[in-house]
Design a protein around this ligand. Structure first.
Ligand code: ATP
Ligand code: MG
Length: 404
């Protein structure tokens, strides 16, 4: 009996809740899967009874393909499967049970208990799900000699009954859900070298947004930026994107040259934030982004008090999205680890915020910031910063630098 097959099944997530727009989302999802699997020999991707079935040429690639598909937003779970054609299931389910028992034997590892979990997509099938669980479960139990347990078993053997065949699988992997990349419009992400902003970017990507990235570095020339670290952070996020990603690098010299002697220490941090947000907004307009994204989490640092966040962007018409605002550092760190940005984020780097005053005001007033902005000609600093920015395109296997 061959248990390594070239067939993968995937279930989509929230798309299932979409009404008339569902075909549009599905088409995008299938396209994104095709892009994610472009190095693989894919024979077909079919939409069958609310599931996606992927046929590969090479069964040995099945697990690698499942790994790639897990990173496609819009999917709920993915698994390689063993199909049992309808005529081979057997009137007493003997054919199905044999496959289930063999698969359980291969995959149960050091499990202490198990269950069989059946979903019937084909309601006309002569057995109901609990009966199938019981009949097949008895055979599995004989094969692996473990007790059955309905609640949180170590090992679950899944059966999905479709019209044309039954799919048997045990390596079901949860994907990230969300909506397909490209379905949500464009956003400009303020990407620092820290832990939070890559997670903020990922959460917006998960809702279908395409991110553009902007990073501010202290100094005048690109050589002073930690380009390597920033590129690796964006490359980690590229795993979740079907298209190459843009990184704008902006020197903060234009701000610093004007702030010296004009902005007093307690206001430097909030004014610097204002400079970053305004510069990002100008880049956003030029690239068709409909919002800014930051990794702010309420109260985490001084610039993230409600008063300061309100004052910093009081005159900005572009929305600022802050997907981490209600999360604490542990929750954020857990996501960063899961999406493989954490290790890159904690590498040391010269943060242009850490060189600012350690005692910023906690309650900036919007009017004061507007006056200070006039005094230091912040608008000019923003235009100059955009003019001196550079752009790097980060795609699979290639990084190209472009001057603005
Ligand atoms: P992070 O881990 O993302 O650096 P943080 O907790 O260190 O977050 P701050 O340094 O106060 O917080 O930054 C808050 C947000 O401001 C960041 O999440 C990011 O969106 C933006 N930001 C900060 N520094 C930069 C920078 N150098 N370039 C671009 N955006 C930045
Ligand atoms: Mg930071």
């Amino acid at each position: 009996m061959t248990l390594t097959t070239p067939i993968i099944v995937a279930s989509y997530a929230e798309i299932a809740l979409k009404g008339r727009n569902r075909p549009v989302f599905l088409r995008r999802l299938i396209n994104n899967i095709r892009v994610a699997l472009r190095q693989e020999a894919v024979k077909s991707i079919r939409h069958v009874e609310s599931r996606l079935l992927i046929h590969l040429s090479d069964p040995q690639r099945a697990e690698a393909v499942v790994g790639k598909m897990r990173k496609v937003f819009g999917l709920q779970w993915v698994s390689s499967v063993v199909p049992v054609p309808r005529q081979d299931i057997g009137a007493d389910l003997a054919g199905l049970s044999d496959v289930a028992a063999a698969l359980a034997k291969r995959d149960c590892g050091s499990a202490r208990h198990f269950k069989v979990d059946t979903r019937r997509s084909d309601r006309s099938f002569p057995f109901q799900s609990p009966e199938i669980n019981r009949i097949v479960g008895t055979k599995v139990q004989e094969a692996i000699q473990l007790p059955a347990r309905m609640h949180q078993p170590d090992f679950t053997l899944h059966i999905l009954l479709l019209k044309e065949n039954a799919l048997v699988f045990s390596r079901k992997l949860t994907a990230h859900g969300g909506l397909p990349a490209g379905s949500g419009g464009r956003v400009m992400v303020l990407l620092s070298g820290g832990i939070d902003s890559p997670v903020a970017a990922w959460l917006m990507m998960k809702r279908g947004c395409h991110p553009e990235f902007v990073h501010f570095f202290s100094g005048r020339h690109q050589a002073e930026a930690d380009l390597d670290k920033m590129q690796r952070l964006v490359t980690a996020l590229l795993q979740y994107s079907p298209v190459p990603l843009n990184l704008f690098l902006v020197p903060v010299y234009a701000y610093e040259a004007r702030a010296i002697g004009r902005i007093e220490e307690p206001y430097d941090m909030v004014m610097f934030r204002r400079f970053m947000v305004k510069t990002a907004a100008l880049l956003a307009r030029r690239t068709g982004c409909l919002g800014l994204v930051t990794g702010d989490s309420l109260g985490q640092v001084a610039s993230q008090t409600l008063a300061n966040m309100a004052a910093i962007s009081s005159d900005l018409t572009l929305p600022i999205y802050r997907p981490l605002i209600g999360m604490d550092k542990y929750e954020i760190t857990d996501i960063a680890s899961a999406i493989e940005t954490y290790k890159i984020s904690i590498e040391p780097y010269r943060d242009c915020c850490s060189i600012r005053s350690p005692h910023p005001t906690l309650k900036a007033q919007a009017e004061d910031l507007l006056i200070l902005s006039e005094d230091m000609e912040l608008e000019d600093a923003v235009k100059e910063a955009v003019a001196s920015s550079t752009q790097t395109v980060i795609g699979r296997g290639r990084v190209t630098a472009q001057e603005q």
